[in-house]
Design a protein around this ligand. Structure first.
Ligand code: FAD
Ligand code: SF4
Length: 471
């Protein structure tokens, strides 16, 4: 009973799901965490203090009702927990897997004060995975059709978040994507060891059951024009992501043997999924010495993919220290366990060449100086500390910038100074662009960020669209 368990957090510590054996993690493209069992979820959810003003909820970008669904699942009300979880989140089982919980919900848990946070992410994943496997589906039987329809460009988390809210309010979402499957970076960027692809296959079936229509392999701007969408639909939502890769600006970046992070990851996913692609799109680093430059999630995904491809040695070189790495600490730890070597405070100077091919990278050691405009301490090179790290392949993972298509200009959609689409939360119709009929959200508006923030913006933009359509 609940009363007897009020002090469970004292007797029972925080527990993470078990991980698979290291040998399988170094070679297989499957999720490394074993699913939480019913007992593990019950144990963790009983630890929740049900704080009156739960910080975890505030810190979660979609403001999940975390203590409430933990209570429901601890009482055995799985379907009710799934229903409640879906009131605020379009893809709870995905967020449970890929959110950097240590910086979000779990980082804000009151129990961090000496007891260890409740394991929220794994419990969120358990609730939806198990409910869906047992046949639970979102109930839209009360929804009244408004006769309106909205075109959504991009089947990533932002587009799917928007489609979810529209479908639940009787507006027909038709989602266009240039790729052959839904998910955006969830399917074609984030590797299987963090998120197995079956998760999105099952989600597609759930969305189609909710009345969401997908038109895949369809690029807006070439296969279908934006003018057609504006003519045929009551509104348009854009969630097209950010795909311009940031360069380092040092010599040798274009040499053979130097790869961009995202094409490398996408080529590998497509290869694993058996999708058709150009032969040079798949880069196999088996037997190679690999250096990945960067310290974010994308860099971690590259080093761990190289390990699974059978690279001889994998090094991650990052220009700040471990504490200042932007990626999730959990993934840095996982990469470490899988055999990746980290070199901190190393800034690339140039790619070293041997007969026209990259054969290493010259780096300089840095120390952290004064904070820059973002408040992060700027790395300062230490003169005379240059060294060459030998490598057969160098992967550059410095992040992405928006890649707005030229046709945005034709439909008067305004961009900001860094090419992001201007669409804000605080305006009459949330996330409306300078073209009143077009809304936007996710990475193309806020810059490269997180799955959960893209979902949130897609959902908020859908609220803006509903207000705009007056339904
Ligand atoms: P996207 O997911 O990029 O989706 C955009 C979609 O729009 C794509 O499917 C694209 O094909 C489609 N599209 C674009 N232009 C057109 C067009 N003209 N016509 C038709 N379709 C079009 N976040 C986390 O929270 N946790 C992580 O662990 C994590 N790991 C990451 C790892 C990598 C390698 C990368 C690159 C990102 C990672 N992220 C992670 C960030 C996260 O994936 C993104 O922030 C999120 O996917 C953004 O969602 P979105 O819907 O805005 O864009
Ligand atoms: Fe935590 Fe992300 Fe789930 Fe929110 S969506 S509760 S931040 S794992």
């Amino acid at each position: 009973n609940r009363l007897a368990n009020n002090f469970q957090f004292i007797d029972v510590g925080r527990n993470d799901p078990d991980k698979k054996a290291i040998q399988s993690r170094q070679s297989e493209y499957v999720e490394i965490y074993k699913p939480f069992t019913k007992d593990q979820v019950a144990e963790q959810s009983h630890r929740c203090l049900e704080c009156g003003n739960p910080y975890c909820e505030w810190k979660c970008p979609v403001h999940n009702f975390i203590p409430n669904w933990l209570k429901l699942v601890s009482e055995g009300n799985l379907f009710e927990a799934a229903e409640l979880s879906h009131q605020t989140n379009t893809l709870p089982e995905v967020c449970g897997r890929v959110c950097p919980q240590d910086r979000l919900c779990e980082g804000a848990c009151t129990l961090n004060d000496g007891f260890g946070a409740v394991t929220i992410g794994a419990s969120e994943k358990y609730i939806t995975d198990t409910a869906l496997a047992m046949g639970w589906r979102p109930d839209l039987s009360d929804v009244v059709d408004t006769g309106k329809k909205v075109a959504i460009i991009g089947a990533g988390p932002a587009g799917l978040g928007c489609a979810d809210i529209l479908a639940r309010n009787g507006v027909k979402p038709v989602v266009f994507d240039r790729y052959p499957e839904i998910g955006g970076l969830l399917t074609f960027g984030i590797p299987e060891f963090k998120l197995e692809k079956e998760v999105m296959v099952r989600r597609r079936e759930v969305f189609e059951g909710m009345g969401v229509e997908f038109r895949l392999n369809t690029e807006i701007g070439s296969d279908v024009q934006i003018s057609e969408l504006l003519d045929q639909y009551d509104a348009v939502f854009m969630g097209m992501g950010t795909y311009t890769y940031m360069k380092g600006g040092f010599p040798g970046e274009d040499l053979p043997g130097v790869y961009e992070a995202l094409p490398y990851l996408v080529g590998n996913v497509n290869h694993n999924l058996g999708f058709e692609q150009d032969s040079e799109a798949y880069v196999n680093l088996r037997g190679k010495r690999v250096i990945v430059l960067g310290g974010g999630d994308t860099a971690m995904d590259c080093v761990r993919t190289a390990v699974r491809q059978g690279a001889d040695k994998v090094i991650c070189a990052y220009r700040r220290d471990e504490e200042n790495m932007p990626g999730s600490r959990r993934e840095v730890k996982n990469a470490n366990e899988e055999g990746v070597e980290f070199l901190y405070n190393r800034q690339p100077v140039e790619v070293v060449e041997y007969f026209g091919q990259a054969c290493g990278i010259k780096v300089v050691t840095t120390e952290l100086g004064e904070p820059d405009a973002d408040g992060r301490r700027r790395p300062q090179p230490i003169p005379g500390s240059e060294e060459v790290l030998e490598a057969d392949a160098v992967i550059i993972a410095f992040g992405f910038q928006p890649s707005p298509p030229g046709w945005l200009d034709d439909v008067s959609v305004e961009l900001n100074s860094w090419n992001g689409v201007v669409a804000q939360e605080h305006q009459t119709y949330k996330f409306q662009t300078s073209n009143p009929k077009i809304f936007a959200g996710g990475d193309m508006v806020r810059g490269s960020d997180l799955v959960v923030t893209a979902i949130w913006e897609g959902r908020e933009a859908a609220e803006g669209i509903l207000d705009y359509l007056d339904v």
